[in-house]
Design a binder for this molecule. Structure first.
Ligand code: ASP
Length: 334
C-alpha cells in the first residue's frame, strides 16, 4: 500500500466539468477524483483545495496571481501538487506557475482534459493518472504539464514551454519542437533531445515574489492585411508583445510606423521572436528592430506574454533587464 499524499488544486476547466443538456460547464463535484477512485482505488491520499471554479477562458492575470498565492500558502507535507485547469489558457497559467515557482521543492503538475471526465473518449483521467505517477514514482522536481496526445502518448511538458492546443486535434505541443518526455507504464522517460534540460537542472532557484498583476500587456499577432490604425492605444498598455512571422518578420511599413507611434506614447514594443542574436536577418526584420522594436529570443508567444506581464509588475529591475534573463527554461538554448 502506498502512502503518498498529493495536494490537488482544482480551478475548473473541462476536467472539472460535466455535460448537462448539451452544455459543458464546471461542476461543484470533484469529478476527476471520483473517476480516479473508481479506476485506481484510494491508496493515494488527496488533499483538495478549490480556490475558484471557472472555465479557463475566463482566466486573466489576476486569476494567475490568485492561484499563485494559494500555491505559495500550501504548507503541508504533500509529495507534490496537481493543478487541474482548463485547456484553453493552460499554456499561459503553466508559464506563470513555472516562472513564479521555479525553485519549487516538490513537483507541480498541471493537468486538463479534452472532454469531461467519464465521457467516452475523455483523456482527463489519463492526464491525472500521469501526474499522480510522476509525483509518486519519480524523484524529479519542477513545474510540468501532463497531457495525452492524439496518438495516445502521455506527454510531459516543461510548463514554461507548452504551447496552446491545436484547435482540431486538441493536442498541445512544445515550443522548441520536443516535449520534455512521456509517461510509460507509470514511469517518466525524458526525451534526450538537445532542447531538454537534464532533470537535475530543474531544481533550485528562488521563487519570484507574487505581485499584483495590474499593469497590462497588449498582444498582437502578425497577419497579412493587419491594420495598425485600429490600435488607437486609448487604454494605454504598459507594453506590447508583437508576434512576428516565424522568420522574425512582419509588414515592415505598418509595424515600423506603429512602433514609432508607441514610442511617442512611452510604450515599449517587444518582438516575438528571433532564433539568434547574431547571423543574417531579413531586411524587413532589421528595419523593424531599427525602428525601436525590442527583439526576444527563442521563447513561445505564450511564455513571452506571461513574462512581460511579470516584468511590468515587478520592481527589482527594469522590465527590459527582466526580459533578458531566462527565468525557468522558457528560453530554448540548444
Ligand atoms: N473551455 C475549456 C477551458 O479551458 C476547455 C477545456 O478545459 O478543455 O476551461
Amino acid at each position: 500500500m502506498k502512502n503518498n499524499n498529493i495536494t490537488v488544486v482544482m480551478t475548473g476547466g473541462t476536467i472539472g466539468s460535466t455535460i448537462k443538456d448539451g452544455t459543458i460547464n464546471v461542476s461543484d463535484e470533484p469529478v476527476i477524483l471520483r473517476e480516479y477512485r473508481r479506476l485506481y482505488g484510494d491508496d493515494t491520499k488527496f488533499r483538495i483545495i478549490a480556490p475558484f471554479n471557472i472555465l479557463s477562458e475566463n482566466c486573466c492575470p489576476k486569476t494567475w496571481c490568485r492561484l499563485g498565492r494559494v500555491i505559495a500558502d500550501i504548507n503541508d507535507d504533500s509529495d507534490g501538487i496537481i493543478i487541474t485547469h482548463g485547456t484553453d489558457t493552460l499554456a499561459y497559467t503553466a508559464a506563470y506557475i513555472a516562472m513564479v515557482f521555479k525553485g519549487t521543492k516538490r513537483p507541480i503538475v498541471i493537468v486538463s482534459s479534452d472532454l469531461p471526465p467519464g465521457e467516452k473518449g475523455s483523456n482527463g483521467i489519463y492526464n491525472f493518472k500521469a501526474a499522480v505517477d510522476f509525483i509518486e514514482n519519480e524523484n524529479i522536481t519542477g513545474v510540468f504539464a501532463a497531457y495525452r496526445d492524439m496518438g495516445g502518448r502521455d506527454r510531459v511538458y516543461l510548463a514554461s514551454r507548452i504551447v496552446e492546443a491545436d484547435t482540431y486535434t486538441d493536442s498541445f505541443s512544445a515550443y522548441g519542437g520536443c516535449p520534455y518526455g512521456e509517461m510509460e507504464n507509470g514511469h517518466f522517460i525524458r526525451y534526450a533531445n538537445a532542447v531538454n534540460p537534464k532533470a537535475f537542472m530543474l531544481k533550485g532557484g528562488e521563487a519570484l515574489d507574487i505581485t499584483e498583476l495590474t499593469n497590462s500587456v497588449l498582444m498582437i499577432r502578425s497577419y497579412p492585411g493587419i491594420d495598425y490604425g485600429a490600435f488607437d492605444l486609448k487604454t494605454k498598455p504598459s507594453a506590447i508583445l508583437h508576434c512576428m512571422y516565424h522568420s522574425g518578420t512582419a509588414w515592415e511599413y505598418g509595424l515600423t510606423e506603429f512602433i514609432k507611434r508607441c514610442k511617442a506614447e512611452g510604450i515599449d514594443v517587444y518582438l516575438c521572436c528571433y532564433k539568434s542574436e547574431e547571423g543574417a536577418k531579413y531586411a524587413t526584420a532589421r528595419a523593424i528592430i531599427a525602428s525601436g522594436g525590442i527583439p526576444l529570443y527563442r521563447i513561445s508567444a505564450e511564455a513571452a506574454y506571461v513574462k512581460l506581464v511579470l516584468a511590468y509588475n515587478q520592481h527589482k529591475c527594469s522590465p527590459i533587464e527582466f526580459m533578458k534573463n531566462d527565468v525557468y527554461f522558457e528560453t530554448v538554448n540548444a
